[in-house]
Design a protein around this ligand. Structure first.
Ligand code: PRP
Length: 208
């Protein structure tokens, strides 16, 4: 039977996912943490792992290039992909937050500028509040934006809070809690139901 394809977000998410699978008795003998290979099979050949950038995992799953994916809720929310989210692996816990300088009171009629690696999340949040904002997309070091005057505030993930603290910024508003999730392609959920449920069960066993 054709192996089921699982897309893993490269880095800690992939490493943690492989540990979970191995703990549940599904080893990947050819996998090594320092390898640059992007495709691995388990011993039985029934699971094919592909390593992709975290932001791309929802795209692979939505388009059926992978049956399933393991990725952070932050990337799922930003991608707004048409997929099912079926399991919270409770790894990589952090939180979306609006952050900036405390006590900043923007002048009336001043449109707030918000910098983020998650422009869709940022835009949706302020839209829901009915606050007009200009969103600037950055790819990293987002905390710099309010410091150098590129933006009034940021929407970003906060884990330990160290990056905000060391840059003199504060959480102004706590948003969605984030953790690693298992997502599935909608067609695969039906057509490959047995393999999908076996994988869910395996991951749950690894989490126990
Ligand atoms: C992430 C995030 C914050 C930081 C939060 O950045 O965008 O900057 O981690 O973690 P903390 O609360 O534990 O400090 P990342 O490390 O991915 O770097 P980046 O700036 O290149 O995006």
């Amino acid at each position: 039977m054709k192996p089921i394809t699982l897309a893993l977000a490269k880095g800690r998410t992939a490493d943690d996912s492989i540990k979970l699978l191995e703990k549940a008795g599904v080893p990947f003998p050819n996998f090594s943490y320092d390898s640059r290979k992007l495709v691995f099979y388990d011993t039985s050949g029934s699971i094919k792992l592909i390593f992709v950038k975290a932001v791309d995992v929802p795209t692979y799953v939505e388009n059926g290039a992978a049956d399933l994916g393991i990725v952070g809720k932050d990337n799922i929310m930003e991608a707004q992909a048409d997929i099912y989210e079926i399991l919270d692996l409770k790894l990589g816990k952090c939180q979306f937050a609006v952050a900036g300088f405390n006590g900043d009171h923007p002048q009336k009629n001043h449109i707030l500028t918000v910098a983020s690696k998650y422009p869709t999340v940022a835009r949706n949040h302020f839209q829901q509040k009915g606050v007009p904002v200009k969103v600037i997309t950055l790819n990293g070091s987002v905390e710099l934006a309010p410091i150098i005057g590129l933006a009034d505030m940021i929407v970003d993930i906060v884990e330990t809070g160290t990056t905000l603290r060391e840059n003199g910024l504060n959480v102004l508003e706590e948003l969605e809690p984030i953790s690693t999730r298992l997502i599935v392609n909608k067609a695969s959920f039906t057509t490959r139901s047995e393999s999908v449920h076996t994988l869910i069960h395996t991951l749950q066993t690894g989490l126990e």
